[in-house]
Every structure is written in C-alpha cells, then in structure tokens.
Design a protein around this ligand. Structure first.
Ligand SMILES: [Zn+2]
Ligand SMILES: [Zn+2]
Length: 258
C-alpha cells in the first residue's frame, strides 16, 4: 500500500516544505483520508483518480480545500466524488461547509454526467469498503465527532489515529488485529503546551509516549503526523527523546510503501 501525506505548505519557489498545516493522506493514488490540501497538492493522476474521500472530522485543517477540489473537477466528473463519513460528520459538513453560504451544496448539483458529490455514511466498528480497501472506523477523543481508522488492502494494514487525545476504542481495535504495518498518529503540541493539548484534545510527545504503552504488539512503523508548524522542531526533539525505536516523523510529499 502506498501512502502519501500531501504537502500543504510551499516556499516562494513553489517547492513543498515539511511544515504540515493541513491533513490529507492519499492511498494508492486513488483514495484520500481527509482533504485539507487535496485541491492544492494532488498531481494530475491523483486528481483524475481520487473519487473516494474518507472524512474523519469536519475541522478546517482536514476539509479546507475539499470544496475547491470538487469545484475544480465540476465539469469533468463522470462519477460523483464520494464522501465517506459518519452521519454526524455528514450533518456538520452540510450545515457548516456545503450550506450555500460558505460554498454550494454540491450534493444537490449535477453536471452533464450526473451527480458531482455523494455522501456515503460509514458505520462505527463494522468493516466497510472504500474502492479496493477494507476500512474500520472507531470514535476517538477529539472535540468534535471524529473517527480513527484502520485501512487494509488484503495484505497490508495501516492505522490512522486522526486528531485525538487519550483514547481507548482505537487501541482495542488495533490490538485485536493480527498484523499492522504502520500506525500514523498525531503529535500536535510540545510538552510545555500540555494544557492547550488537553483542552483541544490533542497529544504532546509525553502524552503520546504514555498512550503508545497501550499497544500490545509492536514492530510496526509509527509515524508522527499533525505537528503544528510553529513548534515543529521542539516536538521532533521531544519525540526523539522518547527513544521509541520505530517512531519517526512522517514527511509530507514522500511516498511510503508498506
Ligand atoms: Zn481536529
Ligand atoms: Zn487537525
């Protein structure tokens, strides 16, 4: 399985930097998990292939350019862009984003070929299919309804924590799985901002280190993501100081294969 954390920040020459402001993972160039930078950092192959997008929660850094992505593709879409999300998240996207004020309600609109956007409600704790992938979603501990995911292609499984603080069901799901190749987990704030991390329901390196003790099997790559750019160097130092052998920081733009 090929997984890329799309870049979301570019320097004055247009070259992608390592700072992650938005969240969008692309799997096998055709499925996206969240859509923060989907309209600004996908290549043309990805733009012509990605029609399935799993939205973990409606925070702006995870959906910022989703409306623009559908807008860009509007005349050429021969099938709708399918948004896979819980009923709660679909309701929030309809109320707060695709509400005719912030942006058009694309789920009501058609081009010459048919509907341009479709919502597919996802179950909690039950497997469902997205393109060639099997997915399971469970709630995690964030300030809006949010799911963490395990995505499998039959051979490889990768877990996405999304945004979360201390949580239980996600670890239970992972610990019950036979094999897991990679765990992509958030580390948003440095340890000195533990209070802010707590109220906004995110991890610091210290709380992430505690949380990883809930893993009952190891050997998978653990990739830290969602490092707030203002504190990136500090967070990386503190993650390294945890001395967890398989823990690395995921680089935006790079293609990882598991
Ligand atoms: Zn969030
Ligand atoms: Zn976020």
């Amino acid at each position: 399985m090929r997984v890329q954390l799309l870049p979301s920040t570019f320097d004055a020459q247009g070259v992608a930097t390592l700072e992650q402001r938005l969240t969008c993972f692309v799997i096998d160039d055709c499925v996206a998990v969240d859509a923060g930078s989907i309209a600004i950092a996908t290549n043309s192959e990805q733009r012509s292939n990605i029609r399935d997008i799993i939205v973990t929660h409606p925070h702006m850094d995870h959906v910022a350019s989703l409306p623009i992505y559908i807008d860009d593709l509007y005349p050429s879409l021969k099938e709708p862009v399918r948004i896979h999300a819980t009923e709660e998240v679909i309701g929030l996207l309809e109320r707060d984003v695709f509400n005719w004020n912030v942006y058009p309600r694309f789920s009501d609109l058609k081009n010459d070929y048919g509907p341009v956007m479709e919502y597919i409600p996802i179950p909690i704790g039950e497997p469902f299919r997205v393109a060639h992938l099997n997915v399971i979603a469970v709630p995690v501990n964030h300030i809006v309804p949010t799911v963490g995911l395990v995505v499998s292609d039959g051979q490889t499984s990768v877990a996405f924590s999304s945004d979360t603080a201390e949580t239980e069901e996600f670890w239970k799901m992972i610990n019950e799985m036979k094999g897991l190749d990679a765990l992509l987990i958030e580390a948003s704030f440095p340890d000195r901002l533990a209070k802010l991390a707590h109220v906004s329901r995110h991890f610091t390196p210290a709380s992430l280190g505690q949380e990883l003790k809930k893993l009952t099997h190891n050997g998978m790559d653990i990739m830290a993501v969602h490092l707030k750019p203002s504190y990136r160097d500090e967070i990386i130092q503190q993650l390294n100081a945890l001395n967890i052998p398989d823990l690395k920081v995921m680089e935006p733009g790079r293609i990882y294969e598991w």
